[in-house]
Design a protein around this ligand. Sequence first.
Ligand code: PRX
Length: 641
Amino acid sequence: MLNTIMSETLPTDERYNTSFSRYLDEYRRSIENTEEFWNEKSKIIEWFRDYDRVLDDSKKPFFRWFVNGKTNVSYNCLDRHIKTDKRNKVAYIWVSESGNEKIVTYYGLYRRVNALARGLLNMGLRRGDHVTIYMPMILEAPVAMLACARIGVVFNVVFSGFGAEALAERIKDSRSKMVITADGAWRRGKIVELKSIVDRALELTENVESVIVVKNTNNEINMESERDFYYNDIIEDGYVEPEKMDSNDPLFILYTSGTTGKPKGIVHGNGGYPVWISNTMKWAFDPKDEDRYWCAADIGWITGHSYIVFAPLLLGVTSIMYEGAIDYPKPDRVWDIIERYGVNILYTSPTAIRLLMKYGDKYPNSHDLSSLKTLGTVGEPINPAAWHWFYEVIGKSRCPIIDTYWQTETGGFTIAPALGLGLPDLKPGSATFPLPGIDPVILDDNGREVKRNEKGYIVLRRPWPGLMLTVNNDDKRYIETYFSKFKDMYLMGDYAVKDDDGYIWLLGRADEVLKVSGHRIGTIEIEDALVSMKEIAEAAVFGKPDTIKGDTIIAFVTLKEGYEKSPDLIDYFKRKIREELGPIMVPEEIHIVDSLPKTRSGKIMRRVIKAVYLDQLPGDITTLENEASVDEIKRAVEELK
Ligand code: PRX
């Protein structure tokens, strides 16, 4: 078995430098002696009670790791370090858009987390309860996540760029009893009024009993007596015993949406997840004790959960945390922060790189970036032009680029060059090789492995500790979405190829999920919001390739009887989407047409609309119920020109 994997997946040893052979040894061990390997790697965290079994796959695809082990993520991120010389080490250097700075040590963070945990207990929250966290990038956000983890409360972070409807949906599905939020968030010098968005969301839900509000922007807000409390009024200094959580108790739910159905609540647990993210961070980035690491993502996404909050804290790393836009107040914001704080490891997205590249070399060249040692990217394939700019202009051709391929569902990195185990030669745009424990294969529609350099679906053949536990309240959907196309193998939903040297190249989504500025956007949520407006009959949403953002959102809609097409109506639709779903979900263009191409069974053909719109051949349209609609789309496109 292993020989097949090694010869098919990996280049042979001799062709690489000697350090790469360490990677090969570790990889081999992870495949040949999986249980022994993970038994050793699980010691990266402390366990209150040892597990009985490393892996139980008797109920696959519900794989259970570290069965009956007891631990606590907050304990592992904090208590463990304050007994060592990391006690006074800086955990976070927080920097705001306006240049304010706060520094918190591991001990300081421990105190804050305990104080909030006590506050939450005083308010009646108990292990197994659910809380939604809707916060800007402020220190109280990781504090809230850790305080929940400490007392066994399952948290659901909702990205602060989402609007009231999207927030309400997630509050409802996660059955949250409480929302932790802030009065507002800073964005490009303006205040985003988070608390008023929460107020609107709560009009749409019934399960929330209380709201905790951090004062951040000091704007005037509405406070409901008996329901809303200021953070500073509920925290209480002291020590809270961390709950002994089972490995497979849920730690958090994080929603991600697709092309069908409601957003999926991806559930990660207390055992496999921390083991996976801390090992993968060590393998991929190899942070040293004195390093300063900056992951420029937002805690509202999985990158923030795993690699701003949990993995760096589990490893006792010093992180930069930044609240604000990366090009505000000036396009040199990122370079200024790197110079000012001596950042050694910078982890960001291809979108951010392309945006910063657009401003030109003069901004990075006016800063001393010599502290940088390692660069990383995530979120979408990185195009060679952006790769070279990042490598040459930012890293001065000295810093490897760790292109990390993974997803909300995988918990942490799956395919990435492993600096900590020995780097392969990098190829711009390839995420290179699987990390230990990951067994990828590229299949065609019939489940046969494709040949080298042929495109297929990337699938993982065996479980790894970071794999989600399930989809919240929907085990069936977990099986159907991820383990049905190819039985018992995890479908990542992306296309990929493996080249002659065994390098893996990701080619983007195999479904109609969009990647807008690296954010995963489900077309269905936008379509639902459009058709729920009284004026709109039908809607089709798809992505238009964009050189900076990856995709931009395009919508085609038809109107109900009695409504007339007008520019005002389009503006109104955009405004409504902004309020309900949030600014990142607003279509750049909304086109009103008389009819949309549909199959005879009534299914709207997004594929055809997109092809016509992009001036490509629409493929077979003979099955369309209304071929004339295609001409109408062509006309709408002509009008744009
Ligand atoms: O399409 C892949 C793309 O992002 C998707 C996962 O999105 P999300 O769950 O929001 O997580 C993003 C952060 C991990 C994947 O299915 N993707 C992520 N990283 C890469 C990537 N595509 C190519 N290369 C990457 N490095």
